[in-house]
Every structure is written in structure tokens, then in C-alpha cells.
Design a protein around this ligand. Structure first.
Ligand SMILES: C[S@@+](CC[C@H](N)C(=O)[O-])C[C@H]1O[C@@H](n2cnc3c(N)ncnc32)[C@H](O)[C@@H]1O
Length: 277
């Protein structure tokens, strides 16, 4: 199930999904500044989901190789949790872009409240057409956001364009692990449909990066550190997120629950790092 065989997400509809999700979370007390899965170093790690979510941001930060002299672009920045962490940990300036107006408003408010508004700025925009000059950034991160974008090639080409020579790209994406089936597992199909995402073709990822003008630095299957444990944690009966509405789903005929993904080992997560030569 590669981009061409899947229903492509429409940026405007994805923006509306995240507007709704943000408003719901702010109103019902489930608001979280990070909207991504966790990373556990080892299977017996006792880290909580909240800690593991920050660890995944740190896994990206390590590969961004930035300090206080650098400017980072966060593509699909959510409500700014990861970007503020980048600024706090490294001193780098961050510009975040999200297709959701509500997220941008919330992220700028959080930056202001954290006293970081001079280092972290959030803008509404579409990652497919970035409103920045060529060579504007030292690094680009895209944490669990390219999954919603209708054309990975275009997004990566845009990321390469706005990177300075020597600039780093780090991202996470989702894909179907081997052995691949003719028709993906029904839970994967439901997840993709309800959350407007598509699966990447992992076999083509290196070529995708190269066609975008980037040089591969690393491509890792991080599923066993991330996806499987995250769904296990979310599926616990007491987990706030184990409610379809907490995941932004309303008026859908077939709601996705985290427990649907238990044992679905083919639902994979990859980490890619590249550099603009
Ligand atoms: C799962 S959230 C991840 C948010 C953030 N990276 C984090 O980890 O907290 C996906 C993000 O991608 C953004 N997004 C999806 N499609 C986009 C597009 N075409 N242009 C810009 N942002 C987009 C959404 O608005 C949302 O902020």
C-alpha cells in the first residue's frame, strides 16, 4: 500500500482534523504538547509513555546536530512541544509550520508562556509549498508529520530546497513491514482512513531521499522501540487516549481504538536522517 494505491490526504482536511483535536483536548483537559509516539530504549524500560514521548524527540535532536547558532525548521510542528524541547536542549532557534491554525495559535501561546517566543515561532502553512527562501535552515525535523502529506517526494524536495548545504534532515514515518500482504491488515487500513495518513514504501525510501537532492545518513526500523509499546500503553483501560474522541475521531462509521493495533507487528515506524550535500 504505497502512496499511489492509497487515498491521499488533503492538507485542508488534515488541518481541520487537528483544529478539532486541539480544541477538544484544550476543553476536556487531555491537552498534551506532544502529539507523537514514544521511544523506549529497551523492552524492559520502565519509562512512562510521557517520558518515552520526550525520548523520541531527543532521538531526533541528537541527529539534528544543532546549537545556539542554528535555525531549525519543524515541519508539521503540532502544538510545539518538540520544537520547544529543541530550543531548550540546544539553544537553537526554531520555526514551526503546521497546517492547523488552532495548533499554530496554541504553539505560539505556549512559547510565550515558556518565555521562549524570541526563539520559537510558529506559522500556518503547507509543507508541500514552504514559504521560505532557498537555503534558510541549518536543519529540518518532521516528527510523525510526513505521514499526513499527499506527496512525500514533494515534501522532501521542499525540505532539501530550504536547507543550507550541509543542513540535516531528520524524520519519522510509517510503513508496512515485511512480510507485506496483498491487502494490509484491517487495523492498519482503519488507522490510515480515520487519521488521513498513508504508509511509506520503505523499499523506496533511499531513492526518495536521493531524488530530493539529499544524501542518506541513516535509515532505521524503530518499530520495536516505538509503535508496539505505544499502542500497548494507550490500550490500557485507564488510558485517557483509549477513547475514540480523544484521538479526534467523530462521526466515523468504524472508530479506531489503540487495542486494534495490538499484535499487528507489520505496522512499522522508521527513522530517516539525511544531509543536503
Ligand atoms: C501527529 S502530528 C505531529 C505533531 C508534532 N510533530 C509532534 O510530534 O508533536 C502531525 C502534524 O503534521 C501537521 N501536518 C500535516 N499535514 C501537513 C501539511 N501538509 N503541512 C504542514 N503541516 C502538516 C499537522 O498539522 C500536525 O501538526
Amino acid at each position: 500500500m504505497t502512496d499511489s494505491a492509497q487515498t491521499l490526504p488533503e492538507p485542508e482536511a488534515v488541518g481541520a482534523l487537528y483544529d478539532r483535536l486541539t480544541r477538544t483536548a484544550l476543553n476536556d483537559g487531555t491537552f498534551n504538547p506532544n502529539i507523537h509516539i514514544g521511544f523506549w530504549e529497551t523492552p524492559d524500560s520502565e519509562a512512562t509513555l510521557e517520558e518515552a514521548v520526550d525520548t523520541l524527540t531527543d532521538v531526533l535532536i541528537e541527529r539534528l546536530l544543532v546549537d545556539g547558532s542554528h535555525h531549525v525548521l519543524d515541519l508539521g510542528c503540532g502544538v510545539g512541544g518538540p520544537a520547544l524541547r529543541v530550543t531548550r536542549q540546544t539553544g537553537a532557534r526554531v520555526t514551526g509550520v503546521s497546517i492547523s491554525q488552532e495548533q499554530v495559535k496554541t504553539a505560539n501561546r505556549l512559547a510565550e508562556e515558556a518565555g521562549l517566543a524570541d526563539r520559537a515561532v510558529f506559522e500556518h502553512g503547507d509543507a508541500m509549498h514552504l514559504p521560505f527562501e532557498d537555503g534558510s535552515f541549518d536543519a529540518v525535523m518532521a516528527l510523525e508529520s510526513i505521514i499526513h502529506m499527499p506527496d512525500r517526494q514533494q515534501v522532501l524536495t521542499e525540505a532539501a530546497r530550504v536547507l543550507k548545504p550541509g543542513g540535516r534532515l531528520v524524520l519519522t514515518d510509517i510503513f508496512e513491514r515485511a512480510p507485506r500482504k496483498e491487502v494490509p491488515h484491517p487495523s492498519i487500513q482503519k488507522f490510515c482512513r480515520n487519521f488521513m495518513v498513508t504508509l511509506a514504501d520503505a523499499d523506496d525510501y533511499v531513492a526518495l531521499l536521493h531524488r530530493s537532492g539529499l544524501r542518506l545518513r541513516g535509515l532505521l526500523d524503530i518499530t520495536e522501540h516505538t509503535q508496539q509499546r505505544t499502542f500497548r500503553e494507550l490500550a490500557r483501560p485507564t488510558a485517557e487516549e483509549d477513547r475514540p474522541e480523544a484521538l479526534g475521531q467523530t462521526n466515523l462509521p468504524d472508530l479506531f481504538r489503540p487495542a486494534d493495533m495490538l499484535g499487528v507487528e507489520e505496522f512499522g515506524c522508521l527513522l530517516a536522517a539525511a544531509v543536503r550535500p
